[in-house]
Design a protein around this ligand. Structure first.
Ligand code: CP
Length: 321
């Protein structure tokens, strides 16, 4: 049984892309498509989650994910509470379970959780009262399912299909929850080929079992690609020196204009952020005409509105009511 789904097969929690069907992923994308115009309107909200309370629990730093979840909840007319972990009772030794009990006592309806430990969101989903939904906003190296879905939304917007696409994911795959969730989503949605590109020290040996082709040479890895997804070097998760230096990494794997010419002419460049300019990507490419990096951020709001409305069972479309 997939514990993300209720007895009717509807989303109850959103913890991982794993074991979700193609039709459910398409439903997320189609629902987000209906929410996207809300952000272009003078009055940027709909009343779908009026009276609901969303708690953002970010135990790790975040700019994009936390703020777009907050905006998404507000655009759905929910009340939003951002727990400041640095100034919370967690710093006085309160356990995660006791923090959850305390927030439950405030009648929260949804927890959006980012945590440094893989499995934290699933652990919380097991602990909470039955009426509460949990959304994983990134747990350790494990999963970042809403980032994967906003990336799928961005790809579908520009390419209008998944079938036949060649997608190259480049960089620190070893530490990347984004890469793991993207690979699962790309497989489920049926792209033509998924490549992972990077030095041996940053590519997990088991990654080909997920249906990917492994490349250790950047030029070969992005040749003929339709989509190039660059990943940040996650120095904070590296236990030991896995690279000679950032400069040498850029020389071997940095995305420059010259290298991007090897991809298809209409290839798009993506990055989940935050970007390390001059380490994994040249500024000229990050800010260039093939980059859709800021579109990814914008799409994150509509996709998170879609996921929040689906887990809470609000199936009416954007603009209704
Ligand atoms: N992509 C992403 O998760 O960015 P933040 O860490 O800023 O949320």
């Amino acid at each position: 049984m997939n514990k993300q789904l209720d007895e009717n097969g509807r989303l109850k929690h959103f913890l991982t892309i794993e074991h979700l069907s193609r039709s459910l992923l398409i439903e997320v994308l189609d629902t987000a498509e209906r929410f996207a115009p809300v952000g272009q309107r003078a009055v940027k909200n709909v009343p779908l989650l009026r009276g609901k309370t969303v708690a953002n629990l970010f135990f790790e730093p975040s700019t994009r994910t936390r703020t777009t979840f907050e905006l998404a909840a507000k655009r759905l007319s929910a009340d939003v509470m951002n727990l400041n972990i640095e100034a919370s009772a967690t710093r006085k030794g309160e356990s995660l379970s006791d923090t959850l009990r305390t927030l439950e006592a405030m009648q929260c309806d949804m927890f959006v959780v980012r945590h440094q430990n893989s499995g934290a969101a699933a652990f919380i989903a097991d602990q909470v009262a039955p009426h509460i939904s949990v959304i994983n906003a990134g747990d350790g190296r494990h999963a970042h399912p809403t980032q994967a879905m906003l990336d799928m939304f961005t790809i579908r917007r520009v390419k209008e299909r998944f079938e036949g696409l060649v997608v190259a994911i480049v960089g620190d795959v070893a530490h990347s929850r984004v890469a793991r969730s993207e690979i699962r989503a790309l497989n489920t949605l049926g792209v033509g080929e998924i490549r992972v590109v990077g030095p041996k020290t940053l590519i997990p040996v088991q990654i080909s079992a997920l249906g990917t082709k492994v490349f250790h040479q950047m030029e070969a890895g992005i040749a003929g690609a339709d989509v190039v997804i660059m990943l940040r070097l996650q120095q904070e998760r590296m236990q030991s020196a896995l690279l000679p230096s950032a400069q040498e990494y850029f020389q071997a794997y940095g995305l420059t204009e010259r290298r991007l010419k090897l991809a298809n002419n209409d290839a798009v460049v993506m990055h989940p952020g935050p970007i390390n300019r001059g380490i994994e990507i040249d500024s000229v490419v990050a800010d260039g005409p093939q980059s859709v990096i800021l579109d990814q951020v914008t799409h994150g709001i509509a996709v998170r509105m879609a996921v929040m409305s689906m887990v809470i069972g609000a199936q009416a479309i954007a603009g209704g009511g």
